[in-house]
Design a binder for this molecule. Sequence first.
Ligand code: ANZ
Ligand code: ZN
Length: 863
Amino acid sequence: GERYNPRESEPKWQKIWDERQSFVTANDDPREPYYVLEMFPYPSGRIHMGHVRNYAMGDVVARYHRAKGKNVLHPMGWDAFGLPAENAAIERKTHPGTWTYSNIEAMKKQLKSMGLSIDWTREIATCSPDYYRHQQAMFIDMLEAGLVTRKSSKVNWDPVDMTVLANEQVIDGKGWRSGAPVEQRELTQWFFKISDFAEDLLEALDGLTEWPEKVRTMQRNWIGRSEGLRLLFEMVPSDKTDTASIEVFTTRPDTIFGASFVGLSPDHRLTTELAEANPALAAFVAECHSHGTATETLEKAEKQGFDTGLRVKHPVIEGETLPVYVANFILMDYGTGAIFGCPAHDQRDLDLARKYGLLVKPVVLPQGEDPASFAVGTEAYTDAGTIFNSGFLDGLSIDEAKRQIADYFAARAVDNRPQGKVEVNYRLRDWGISRQRYWGCPIPVIHCEVCGTIPVPKKDLPVVLPEDVSFDKPGNALDHHPTWKHVACPQCGAPARRETDTMDTFVDSSWYFARFTAPQAETPTIPGVANRWLPVDQYIGGVEHAILHLLYSRFFTRAMKATGHVGMDEPFKGLFTQGMVTHETYKGEDGAWVPPTDVVLEATGDARTARHISTGAPIQIGSVEKMSKSKKNVVDPDEIVGSYGADTARWFMLSDSPPERDVQWTEAGVEGASRFQQRVWRLVHDVVAQGDNEGVSTSAEALAVRRATHRAADGVARDIEGLRFNRAVAQIYELTNALAKARDAGAADIVSAMREGVRTLIQLISPMMPHLAETCWQVLGESGLVADAPWPEVDPALLVDDEVTMPIQINGKRRAEIAVAKGMAPAEVEGRVLGLEPVQKALEGRTPKKIVVVPDRIVNIVV
Ligand code: ANZ
Ligand code: ZN
């Protein structure tokens, strides 16, 4: 018969939803608010399957909560600033804005073809002055609230691209784009004081119970709280320096008896002082700098040291001294920039000790080891144990030794100060937001020689990017612009200079979720409105944003609270991180990657083979990998939507694996999803063809259908609420099978139960396959749109599991049994029992004196 045609139906329903403004959300709607958000995309040009999966999930949640009667906010926007637009501008000689907006247009069309229930009236693009003016206003608020500082710091400088690089952009000491050796430069930069919130950001993680534990752990590690001791080492007097002591930070003061050197960062003040008179040391420091400061680079680099010739007194072993080294793995911006090394129990220290022949003395004994023979080879021992070789600490646990040694040093003095002081340290650094780039939000300050650095008056906002820019020279186009940066000081009128740094694009994405609540407001937010919607009830996105984006957003929300823009600390109540979309990889005979569209797969017995679609040449089937351009194993959403329809793509994305895991895209899987669509379509038509009747069917078959229906409605709701989309899909399959079976059995008296069944089925399907659902809804003759229909009411009685078998005793003797629905009322059970043949036989015509029904358990008859 007739087949369902998604290509015809999908655009039709999209148009109807659009015209009816079905998904436009009013802020003053009295229903309970529910905010669901997927991480907004970067407008790279085309959506990919990862987007399809992300947005399909978000749409299920949005449509479900709408059906549950909530006022759902489900917006979409564009994370539109960033370097790729500038690179595209250089390559194509266009303006970054032109490139960005044409990408937005193309991607919006693609997203619309997915049939997402998005309120497009709230669309925002972070590159629009309508958006970034508010970001500038908040920057000024934060500046006034003391949450912003400007300080000089060491940065990775790419001398060819003339820009600062993030640590992640330094690869083996070279710029990721230019390949030029990265230099260390001292640059004055703008910072958000996220480290002021370190403790709070850490503690509040405990309250984020609807976040994946994995993400919370990653954030904890990133914040990196450590409790340690600041400890003074007294200098053995030397003619090289007047410095009387070196202060180190240690988290393992329990290992102090195993100390064999003190280490300084190449950027330590004492290092700098010594290097002035020591060219060899100066050369060593320069060598360290040439490798970049990226933590990862440092960790991988070979450990190198330089013996300064200075010595310090051993703080617990009378009469001993320790050498002072400068070492490449010691960071200046953590702790004090100086350490004591205990090679037996720290790998970096051990590497250094082995290289320079320093003492390796174990002081922590693993359980079961013999103190006389325990030794450390090339691997430091960093686990638990008992302290030994350590004088008054011998026999203690690590924790107890830490306490005792802290007390010990607190009571002593070096350099007229307590020798030891307990201190909490965080790995989290202040957030440097300065970027020497054009395509970002201008930092709204002006530098005046008279007045200093002053914020742009709010009435002069936005500070708009100039349109006429050239990217002919490397570096910051704002800086090269002939006029833009020259302004009159707003305070004294003297000639002054605009800040030409723009903000890190992570700033743009740190508050967009708040802007969505009032995207046209004249202020960054309308606090009353924002407070109604926020925190986002359900945020969905990739785990690659588990650290920076989420942490920055959590900080920014706190900063917005401090400056009166919102009333809460946490932006995201529920967080879900979805898995990736993968695909098999294919390689031709020449070893080059072959895209799936050029591959014909064949099954011969158990083996699968592949050949090229046009040449017929054999193709090797490789491993399953994340879809990526480099391996060419990508499938284009447009093609899938074009050939199978959006519903099929959405259904397959949701059906095949748990949403937190990777899903493997396969042709067979898509075919299966497409077939299911046709099955539903046929089922609906068959049921409609049976006609309708008003009555309630009571046959056992009808009851079975009704049970299956209500159980599915209940189960699918639970699974969607728990974000177990694949399980929801499985329940829908089950219901479809049950309905198809009942249809095929042709039992009488089930017409109304089947009607209810398919109507419910369509409602359950509608969050996942909304277009098919609307079409079927119409075929069923239901009024309005299924998108507006309330979620099916579940009859709890029909969820009650099955039957119970009750034994029947007559005068204490078991004579028969009866199967009844669980919880059946005693009177009804009594009536049925008396009608049973074996009971009537046993009664031999007598009338029972008494009948006792213990519900669900037993029936006692006394005659
Ligand atoms: C002595 C010691 C003995 C250490 C031992 C470790 C093991 P976390 O826990 O990550 O905070 N450290 C201190 N400041 C440093 C810096 N600026 N650059 C590089 N390393 C530094 O790390 C704290 C430990 O890292 C400190 O404890 C110190 O070495 C080192 F068996 O002190 B430890
Ligand atoms: Zn001035």
